[in-house]
Structures are given as structure tokens and as C-alpha cells.
Design a protein around this ligand. Structure first.
Ligand SMILES: O=c1[nH]cnc2c1ncn2[C@@H]1O[C@H](CO)[C@@H](O)[C@H]1O
Length: 537
């Protein structure tokens, strides 16, 4: 061998050894090294299909979409994604647990509107008469009213009438039926309401294309949804829909963040006095019903349950937060199997940082010790573009306060020491890829820090955050965008993320063991199915 040839050989072998060493630090490494032949075959097929679609679907002209590429902005890509084989395959994959989703941002807004339209007590109001000029700027408020107020509202002029009195309640059905033809009639009413609950491609990528601007729209969608959802019969059906649509997407367990802000909501009789405790009774009942129903259908492996991360708003005052912390403790006493964590929600960059609430949060821990309770913190932290600002520093406080997982952790990649801590302490990061992109932290998935975190060996669970607002129902779309944005990531990586989501859930040890066994059975069946896929020619 000539001298240069041996140098080339030397380089190639050092190169292979370096790449191998780096990959060995990843969470998926152990699974890749023990993969069965069927898993290897499924992995290969998925990679081939991905490559083929990169060269075809993501490399061709799509009408009205100027720039197409794998992992591109979800709101533009969604209709293309749905046509791909990869999407059809991922839809069938068992996803494990959904660990980061805000309850009032989960169920498709179209379904929520349909549920609300079934309720004669549901009413709508606007700050002034709605007409062609004000349609896109005014958002609806909804509330279910008690019978006496319903009777008064029946004959009120509708929201588009010249006689409309600002903020007057109008029955939702009437407002819809009398929606003028020039505004699109009843279908126009629906698109106005749905537009107020969703973020459009135009908003994310044109009119509101900064984190602050898009959060303005984002925050307002919850005000609309909360009015529809704050009514017992709608809530009950909504929880059922959340479980049903999640199961259909392959999610077998959910830890949902429920925002407790209003101290009461409207019960079935129209009175605004349903308490947080009663709310949990409803949630518990629906979860048990769905579990029993799945079992009766012989689909027990597909659903193990749902629990709640008690959440309240980070812009509240210290004394208000103290009230909610106490409320959380009281609920934990009565529903130990349901309340599995505490968090603060709303935009981190705008609300108080965790350090602001240090004293009540530490007291909360002490109180639990006295009472023999355990409500772990599962904090949002680092959902920001900042570096060294107070939102970014939430990561330090979350970890020091013992957070069990980190919600988003978008800025974690800037902190070599905290990355190390997350690994040592086995703190997984709940990554919400589509949410981060739509809320303008990243322009597209190839810019997202997720591949870097995985290469560092950090544990990750993929999550959807607020699918009713973003349109990423289930977890398939998030899995899809992630699979398309890294050459290292393959099907077995996704399986690792799914497994880790269950392993790092707050299920009791015995429940967790069963959930993981069920997942493994379904994974094996799924792998078999993928191996039967034909390869692209
Ligand atoms: O990504 C997020 N980060 C922080 N807060 C969020 C996110 N998504 C939704 N919410 C917050 O959760 C509440 C609804 O339950 C809303 O207050 C919304 O701002």
C-alpha cells in the first residue's frame, strides 16, 4: 500500500470510530444495537421511503407553495404531509405517552364548536356589532347561561344586527343561523369562530411573524375556547374526544396540563358554581368509562389512562399563587391517583420567572412533606430565544427546585452544565417541535435544537402542546416533522422517544410496567406491518 493509501485508511478508520463514539452517547444507541432483524428491516424501509419522498414530494412544485423542503413550516406543509406514505405509516405507530399538552388546546376546534352548538344554553357576545369591516378584528366570547338569562336573550338582536347592544348575549344557534349571507351565512359564522381559535399560516408566517406577535394571537385563542369549554356538558364530551382522538393516533397515556384559573365553571343547569373538585370527578369518570370501553372492545393495550398536571398562570401575584398551591394540595388529598404534578403556564417571556415564586414554591414542598404527599414540579422552562435572560434562567430554577421533567427547554442547548445535569438526574425534556415552530422560536424543523439534544444523549419526549390551535392533532405530525429533519433519526429513534415518554411519566411503578409491556406488544405488531410495506421504485 502506498503511503497515501495507508493514510486514507487510517483517516477512514478514525473517522468511523469517532462517529461511532458520538452516536454511542445517544439514547437510541442501546436499542439500535439490540434491534431484531424485523426492526432493522422496518428501519431500512422507513429510511428508503423518507429518501424517496425527499427527492419527490419535497422536491417538486406544489401549487401556491413557493418553497418546499423536508421539515418546512407545518402550517404550509400540512396538506402535503397528509399525502405522504411516511405519514400513513407513522399514523399507525404506537406513540407512548403524551406528556405535554394544555387541556383547553387539545381537541380540534371544529369538534368543540359542534359540541357547543348542541347546547341551547350556550351564548355568544362581541364588543360591538359584527360586520364586514370588523369580522377579522373581533373575536367572540362564549358563555353558557342559566335558564332565566337564556329566556331574556332569546329575543335579543343578533350580533350582526344594526340594533345589537355591545356585549349582549345571543344564543349561539341563533347567531349562527342569522349570520348574514354577505358574511358567508352559517358557514361564515363557523369560519369566524374557528379562525379565532386557530393560528393560520398567514398569521404565523406573515402578519404575526415574531414570538411576541404570534403569542398575542395565541393567547386570545384560549379565551375563545375557554368560554365554550367552561360548561359541564361540553367539558365532559371534550375530555372524551381528547381521549378518543389520542387513542386513534396511537397515544396510550396522557398527562394533561389543566389550567385552574376560574374558581368555578358553569354546571349543566346553567349555574356558575361547579368547583375544581367536581371538575376532577368528571375527568375521573370519563377516563374510567373510556378505559372500560376500550377493554370491552378488546383494545385494552391501546389505553392505560390519563392524569393531570395542576397548572395555573405565571402572571398571577404571589398571594394568588398561594391560593392555587393550597387548592392543588387539597385536590391531591382527595384524588391522589389523578393529580401528578404542578406547573405554571402562559408565556414565559411575559409572566413572572420561577425565582419570583421561590418562597411559595419552597413552602409548597415543605407542606407536602408535613402531609406525606408528593406533587412533583413539572415546569415549563426555557421556552425562549433568550440567552441569559430571566426566562432562560428558569431552567436553573426548575432544575434546582427538582423538576421531574422540563416543558420545552428550548434554550437548554445553550447550557452545557445543565445538559449534563439533565442527563445525571434523568430529567427528560418535553419537546414540542411544531409548537416551537409556529410560535416562531424556529423558522423550520431543520433549525430546531432537538437533534443537538439527542446527540448530547438527553432524554426527550415529543409532545403536541396545543393541537387545537396548531392543527397537529395527536402526535403523528410531530413525529413526522422530527423524522424528516435529521439523518440520524430513524424509526428506532422515534421508538426510543415513545418508550421514554412512558418510562418518564408519573404513572405508578406497577402501572408503568404494564403500560410499557402493552407498548412493546403493539410496537412488535407495528414493526411487522412496516416490514410488509413495498419499497419505492
Ligand atoms: O407553549 C406554551 N407555553 C406556556 N404556556 C402555554 C403554552 N401553550 C399553552 N400555554 C398556556 O396554557 C394555557 C391554556 O391551558 C394558556 O394560558 C396558554 O397561554
Amino acid at each position: 500500500m502506498s503511503d497515501i493509501q495507508s493514510k486514507i485508511q487510517e483517516h477512514l478508520s478514525s473517522r468511523a470510530s469517532l462517529i461511532g463514539k458520538e452516536l454511542a452517547g445517544r439514547r437510541d444507541y442501546q436499542y439500535l444495537s439490540i434491534a431484531s432483524s424485523a426492526e432493522k428491516e422496518a428501519e431500512r424501509i422507513v429510511r428508503e421511503i423518507r429518501q424517496h419522498e425527499a427527492e419527490t414530494v419535497w422536491n417538486s412544485v406544489h401549487e401556491g407553495i413557493p418553497h418546499v423542503f423536508p421539515g418546512m413550516g407545518f402550517l404550509t406543509a400540512k396538506n402535503i404531509i397528509k399525502t405522504t406514505r411516511l405519514y400513513q405509516i407513522l399514523k399507525k405507530m404506537p406513540k407512548g405517552a403524551l406528556l405535554h399538552a394544555h387541556m383547553d388546546g387539545t381537541v380540534d376546534s371544529g369538534i368543540l364548536l359542534r359540541l357547543a352548538l348542541e347546547q341551547p344554553a350556550m351564548h355568544v357576545c362581541v364588543p360591538r356589532r359584527l360586520d364586514y369591516m370588523s369580522l377579522s378584528g373581533l373575536r367572540p366570547s362564549f358563555k353558557a347561561l342559566p335558564p332565566a338569562l337564556c329566556a331574556q336573550a332569546t329575543d335579543a338582536p343578533t350580533i350582526t344586527s344594526a340594533l345589537y347592544i355591545p356585549y349582549a348575549w345571543v344564543p349561539i344557534q341563533k347567531a349562527r343561523e342569522e349570520f348574514p349571507r354577505e358574511l358567508g351565512g352559517p358557514a361564515g359564522f363557523d369560519s369566524w369562530v374557528l379562525g379565532a381559535q386557530r393560528i393560520s399560516a398567514q398569521e404565523a408566517y406573515e402578519t404575526h411573524n415574531t414570538p411576541a406577535k404570534i403569542w398575542h394571537k395565541f393567547g386570545s385563542t384560549f379565551v375563545v375556547a375557554d368560554g365554550l369549554l367552561g360548561y359541564e356538558p361540553v367539558l365532559e364530551s371534550y375530555i372524551r374526544e381528547l381521549l378518543r382522538t389520542s387513542i386513534e393516533d396511537g397515544i396510550s397515556y396522557i398527562e394533561v396540563r389543566v389550567k385552574f384559573f376560574d374558581k368555578t365553571m358553569v354546571r349543566a343547569n346553567g349555574e356558575d358554581d361547579l368547583t375544581h373538585r367536581e371538575w376532577l370527578v368528571i375527568f375521573d369518570r370519563v377516563v374510567q368509562e373510556v378505559k372500560a370501553d376500550m377493554k370491552a372492545q378488546g383494545r385494552g393495550d391501546e389505553f392505560v389512562g390519563a392524569k393531570i398536571i395542576y397548572s395555573t398562570l405565571r402572571f398571577l401575584s404571589i398571594s394568588e399563587i398561594e391560593w392555587y398551591l393550597e387548592d392543588c394540595i387539597e385536590l391531591k388529598k382527595e384524588f391522589p391517583h389523578l393529580i401528578v404534578g404542578f406547573d405554571l403556564v402562559a408565556r414565559e417571556d411575559s409572566g413572572h420567572p420561577l425565582i419570583y415564586f421561590l418562597e411559595p414554591l419552597l413552602r409548597f414542598r415543605e407542606r407536602q412533606k408535613e402531609l406525606g404527599l408528593d406533587i412533583p414540579f413539572i415546569f415549563h422552562a426555557g421556552e425562549t430565544l433568550g440567552d441569559g435572560d430571566s426566562t432562560d434562567h428558569n431552567l436553573f430554577d426548575a432544575i434546582l427546585l427538582g423538576t421531574k421533567r422540563i416543558g420545552h427547554g428550548y434554550s437548554l442547548i445553550k447550557h452545557p452544565m445543565l445538559i449534563q445535569k439533565c442527563k445525571e438526574l434523568r430529567i427528560p425534556i418535553e419537546i414540542c417541535p411544531i409548537s416551537n415552530e409556529i410560535l416562531r422560536l424556529t423558522q423550520a424543523m431543520p433549525n430546531h435544537p432537538l437533534p443537538a439534544l439527542l446527540n448530547h444523549g438527553v432524554t426527550v419526549a415529543l409532545c403536541s402542546d396545543d393541537p387545537s390551535v396548531f392543527g397537529n392533532t395527536g402526535l403523528t405530525y410531530d413525529f413526522f416533522q422530527v423524522l424528516l429533519s435529521s439523518e440520524v433519526t430513524g424509526l428506532i429513534t422515534l421508538a426510543t422517544l415513545a418508550r421514554d415518554s412512558l418510562a418518564h411519566s408519573e404513572l405508578e411503578p406497577e402501572e408503568k410496567k404494564i403500560a410499557l409491556e402493552k407498548w412493546e406488544r403493539r410496537w412488535a405488531l407495528f414493526v411487522e406491518e412496516v416490514t410488509k410495506e413495498t419499497l419505492p421504485t
